[in-house]
Design a protein around this ligand. Structure first.
Ligand code: ZN
Ligand code: ZN
Length: 367
């Protein structure tokens, strides 16, 4: 069949809308009609070559939701007609990591990182050329074929645009709080960077009964949104020094946890200074491969300050997403507020530009 998609043919160039050929689903694969795809900073990282995986040409888009149109042999998790959201780690359930409960680190993610199906081939082609799909999801295409390990069925009363965000920003942000920090009630936390993930850290900290939720950004509208998500204090970095302000807000001590959701060496180094003795920094934003910074090692030992990496919510993604869907239906999540604007596939470059300029928290492509 044919599908219209937005592709990266060349790094640092706008995405190109093109028509591609899509092969039928093979064993344990699923044909999806995408209905919504979130625009995330990781898509920009693929476009600009900050992530050199998958190789080009490639269809980005890793926050997707849609309808199952067809299934290959041996598919048991879904059937045609099911509404599904996409997970960008295809959990196998039986590798070294999965057996230890580290589903988000599943060995199969090394295969989809290359933008290919689990058997190493692609279903998308243009003439003789194979086209990669970002993280085995490739949501910037009207249709795509994915592994059944990448999809999770959802109830029909959950909107597709909201579900698309559950699969990346929401599960990552809330998982960072609940699974990685295991935030005790009454904690004092700071969140550096209020994009889609950062706002969901705010929301997670609120759900976990943090006493002090200090949200930090340079955009006024994102700070205002953080207030709606449960932030108790706002710091505009263009107005005040966040290190000094956090000391003031915490009787000179610093916070128990800081969540860094930008992924830059400078902001990570700064976030470390927000910590009290015994505090922990959780790094959620993905830095580029060359990023380095120097840790004050004596402080780390003498004051027992910790630093943890956190990827895709650090837990069982399916349990995390089921919990999130339950919370949403109970009216406990404000995911709708995150969607600043909706775009057609043809408007995708404008959507990415709106995110990069800070105008949007999340833009969503609607098919
Ligand atoms: Zn994302
Ligand atoms: Zn696995």
């Amino acid at each position: 069949m044919r599908t219209k998609a937005a592709l990266v043919y060349e790094y640092k160039k706008p995405l190109v809308i093109d028509e591609l050929t899509l092969g039928a689903p093979k064993d344990r694969e699923v044909l999806i009609q995408y209905r919504a795809a979130g625009l995330c900073h990781s898509d920009v990282s693929v476009r600009d070559g900050v992530f050199r995986m998958p190789p080009l040409p490639c269809v980005p888009g890793h926050e997707g939701a849609g309808v199952v149109l067809d299934v290959g042999h041996g598919v048991t998790r879904v059937k045609p007609g099911d509404h599904v959201l996409l997970m960008w780690v295809p959990v196998c359930g039986q590798c070294y990591y999965c057996l230890r409960g580290h589903y988000h680190l599943c060995a199969d993610r090394d295969k989809t990182r290359l933008g290919r199906m689990l058997d190493g081939t692609t279903r998308l082609t243009k003439g003789n050329q194979e086209i990669q799909s970002m993280l085995g999801v490739g949501a910037f295409s009207q249709y795509n074929v994915v592994s059944e390990q990448s999809v999770l069925p959802m109830d029909r009363d959950i909107p597709f645009d909201v579900a698309a965000l559950f699969g990346c920003a929401v599960v990552t942000g809330i998982g960072a709080v609940l699974n990685r920090a295991k935030l005790p009630p009454g904690s004092h936390v700071a969140i550096m960077g209020l994009g889609g993930v950062g706002l969901n850290v705010v929301q997670g900290a609120f759900l976990a009964n943090a006493t002090q939720i200090i949200a930090i950004d340079r955009f006024e509208q994102k700070l205002a949104l953080a207030r709606q998500f449960g932030a108790t204090h706002l710091i505009d970095v263009t107005q005040v020094d966040p290190v000094e302000r956090i000391k003031e807000l915490t009787n000179g001590m610093g916070v128990d946890f800081v969540f860094e959701a930008i992924g830059k060496a400078e902001t990570i180094a700064m976030s470390y200074q927000f910590l009290r003795r015994g505090g922990t920094a959780v790094l959620v934003g993905i830095p580029d491969a060359e990023a380095r910074f120097a840790l004050p090692l004596q402080e780390m030992v003498q004051f027992e300050k910790g630093m943890l990496g956190c990827y895709y919510g650090s837990g069982d993604i399916r349990i995390g997403l089921k919990t999130i869907m339950g919370l949403y239906k109970a009216g406990r999540l404000k995911t709708d507020l995150m969607i600043s604007r909706r775009y057609s596939l043809e408007e995708i470059n404008a959507g990415l530009a709106d995110m990069e300029s800070g105008r949007n928290v999340r833009g969503v492509i609607i098919y």
